[in-house]
Ligand binder design. Structure first.
Ligand code: IVH
Length: 707
């Protein structure tokens, strides 16, 4: 039989094309999973790109055979896949975390760690000379797990998932020897969620792979993948046969706090039957913690488990509470990463890519090379200044590095053997896509295309982002359809998506007549679009694709302003130069000056504002649902006025917002509570006139105590 893979796309017969699309769908899926889920690619990026190109080329010739599961309809890999048998393990129920499972910010050197401590002190209003004790412990390279105990008994185990919702893997967790089904000793809170890392030892990992090889089973790329693959098995017996272990290092939901310090809490975990990391210790001076980092780094090769850094945590829990979190990471902890793995290769070319926000990113196209078990053929050069700093040129020999999931980067250039004829790389001053001028604003290092939504790269990327899963998530409208509608002139800006039906009805060549489409698929698409005319406020904001505005930040804005009308009025006022409106925005906990600047610059652009207004006119924007919490201030609008004595204004706001309250800058009929400190003036008076409840700082702290 002829090997279909060897036939040129132009020569494929219909029946062969169908078969070939089926083969490619399976193959690309396999490689997506190996890359995204297992971190263990088996082919180079270039080979992978070839497969995708071939798939698209066949789809263009034979659109009638585009598969439901076509790789062109999907980005990345679906979650929870078992490559071994390619069966999707849809079987796990979801568990919503009572408290989100956070990630950690990174520090890459001692200075970053000192900066972290300074930030902590500043936030808490401490003096430089005050002592902030830190715990230091290895950062285990496994996967995090949340174990819920009620009255000492394990009732559920959930993976991290997206941090908000994870998978219920209770039955599997119970097979892990170092996870107690019943807590030992006593004194545990009635409700206790222990968090920690599931991992596989290095020696166990090697044994597992040997026996997998013998059995003809799946071989894992590294201990972390082996641990993840073993825990997420639908068949509990398989998990039970795998040598998984667990280190406890944190907690989530808890009915009462038995200790005041991180270190003491973790020691309690030990009394209750958990393994805790023996290298964890507490240090009064930052230098002591840094010494522990070096000790752990020195021991790394001889430890029986993989680690990728050291985690520092503020030891005092009352301080942790006050510090709270920003975006998805706590302010009271940081991960000090070990240096990355390196390799030497050659730069074949330098490409300039234009992103959704117009940033021109130079990418080094490399002679493929393996770094830390992964084939790398692209490395980011970050920006124009970085190219200058490195003086990297096409043809150069370079050292690249790859750390964790971070995009590989070029760290240095070996100029010793460089041929003299190699010219310096000239960074473009026009956008390679739309030819608009491109330059870096002020002291920004990023060169940006000035074409905005008029630049095709930005427009199409922006539209793609708009329909993506965490944004509007319109069923049946993916990258491919966006590109198709854009190319055919049906969609040019966000609002056009919601006018698609009207445009289509008036068109001479309606979509249902296009190859690959039919009445049913068009009806379904229009229904899916209609279903999204009601959209949550935070999703709406996130979908706009504004620089720096991630999902978490969008939530912060949505929560702060409540509804879209209030928000857009505040934006218009700020853009018009109203300082109070702007300050009200920069005061939102977790929103920095830079974010606000970008935000306002975006809305100050008439074209952008028009695009957003057009879109909003098509939609009903639903205010963010206030999370039901037991807090007495959830959903309440509160105003702080006068000077606060126990905490900074920022801290007070952060705390109130974390309890579900909306913090407003001025008093109105909508205000539920005014917290007035000494020196309060007109706001307090207005509250009294309006009959709004007023509290002293003491009373406020009393009200929220224990939360
Ligand atoms: S503390 C609120 N401690 O690192 C902080 N995390 O990059 C919660 N990890 O998702 C995490 N070892 O899976 C903490 N000793 C350690 C850790 C650790 C590994 C993982 C954890 C987390 C990720 C964040």
């Amino acid at each position: 039989m002829v090997d279909l893979a060897t036939i040129h796309v132009d020569d494929l017969m219909k029946r062969e094309a169908k078969k070939e699309l089926e083969r490619l769908a399976k193959l690309i899926l396999k490689h997506d999973i190996l890359y995204h889920n297992n971190d263990a690619p088996e082919i180079s990026d270039a080979e992978y790109d070839e497969l995708r190109k071939r798939n698209s080329a066949i789809e263009i010739r034979f659109p009638e055979y585009i598969r439901e599961d076509s790789p062109s309809k999907r980005v990345g890999a679906p979650t929870l896949f078992d490559v071994a048998d390619q069966k999707q393990s849809k079987g796990f129920d979801k568990i919503k975390h009572v408290r989100p499972m956070l990630s950690l910010d990174n520090a890459f050197n001692d200075d970053d760690v000192h900066d972290f401590v300074s930030r902590v002190k500043r936030f808490l209003g401490l003096a430089d000379s005050d002592i902030v004790a830190l715990t230091a412990e290895p950062k285990i390279d496994g996967l995090s797990l949340a174990l819920r105990y009620e009255k000492g008994e394990l009732v559920s185990a959930a993976t991290r998932g997206d941090g908000v919702t994870g998978e219920n893997v209770t039955a599997n967790a119970l097979t892990i020897e170092t996870i107690p089904a019943m807590l030992k000793g006593g004194g545990w809170p009635d409700v206790l969620e222990v968090r920690g890392e599931v991992y596989m030892g290095k020696a166990d990992f090697l044994h597992l792979n040997e026996s997998q090889l013998e059995k003809g089973g799946k071989v894992f790329a590294n201990p972390r993948n082996a641990a993840a693959g073993s825990l997420r098995q639908l068949d509990t017996k398989i998990t039970a046969s795998r040598p998984l272990r667990f280190f406890a290092y944190a907690w989530g939901d808890i009915s009462n706090m038995p200790e005041q310090n991180q270190m003491r809490m973790v020691e309690r975990f030990k009394e209750w039957g958990f393994d805790i990391n023996p290298l964890m210790s507490v240090f009064e001076a930052t230098d002591g913690a840094l010494e522990r980092y070096r000790l752990i780094e020195a021991q790394r090769p001889t430890l029986d488990y993989d680690i990728d850094g050291v985690v520092y945590k503020v030891d005092r829990l009352d301080w942790q509470d006050r510090l709270g979190m920003v975006s998805r990471a706590p302010r009271w902890a940081i991960a000090h990463k070990f240096p990355a793995e390196k390799a030497i290769t050659i730069v074949r070319d330098i490409d300039i890519q234009v992103g959704r926000t117009g940033a021109l990113t130079p990418v080094a196209k490399l002679e493929p090379i393996t770094v830390g078990g992964v084939v790398v053929s692209n490395a980011t050069l970050h920006n124009r200044d970085e190219i200058k700093r490195l003086d990297v040129r096409i043809g150069d020999t370079v050292t690249i590095q790859r750390a964790g999931d971070v995009i590989p980067q070029v760290v240095s250039v070996d100029t010793s053997n460089r041929r003299e004829t190699i010219p310096e790389f000239i960074f473009p001053d026009v956008c390679p896509v739309c030819n608009s001028p491109a330059f870096a604003e002020g002291d920004d290092v990023v060169v940006r295309c000035t074409g905005g939504m008029l630049c095709e790269a930005q427009k199409v990327e922006g539209l793609r982002h708009f329909v993506s899963r965490n944004a509007f998530d319109i069923d049946g409208m993916g990258e491919k359809q966006i590109a198709q509608f854009y190319e055919r002139g049906l969609i040019n800006e966000f609002a056009d998506i919601f006018k698609l039906e009207t445009y289509n009805d008036a068109s001479d060549s309606p979509i249902q007549k296009w190859e690959g489409w039919g009445d049913l698929s068009v009806t379904n698409l229009m229904q899916a679009i209609d279903a999204r005319r009601r959209i949550e406020f935070d999703r709406f904001l996130f979908a706009l694709g504004i620089r720096h505005l991630g999902q978490q930040t969008a939530k912060l804005f949505a929560r702060h302003y409540g509804d879209y009308e209030t928000f857009i009025k505040a934006i218009e006022a700020s853009v018009a130069g109203d300082e109070t409106a702007r300050t009200d925005m920069t005061d939102i906990d977790g929103i920095g000056d830079k974010m606000v600047d970008t935000f306002l610059t975006f809305f100050a652009d008439e074209n952008n504002k028009r695009i957003v207004d057009n879109l909003a006119a098509e939609l009903t924007i639903i205010p963010l649902e206030i999370q039901s919490t037991d807090s007495p201030v959830a959903g309440k609008t509160v105003v702080f006025t006068g000077s606060l004595e126990k905490m900074s204004r920022n801290e007070a706001k952060a705390k109130a917002e974390s309890l579900g309250a909306k913090v407003a800058g001025s008093v109105s009929k909508k205000t539920d509570m005014v917290i007035a400190g000494p020196g309060a003036g007109s706001k307090l008076k207005k509250a009294q006139d309006l009959g709004v409840q007023t509290l002293t700082e003491e009373e406020w702290l009393e009200l929220i105590s224990g939360l």
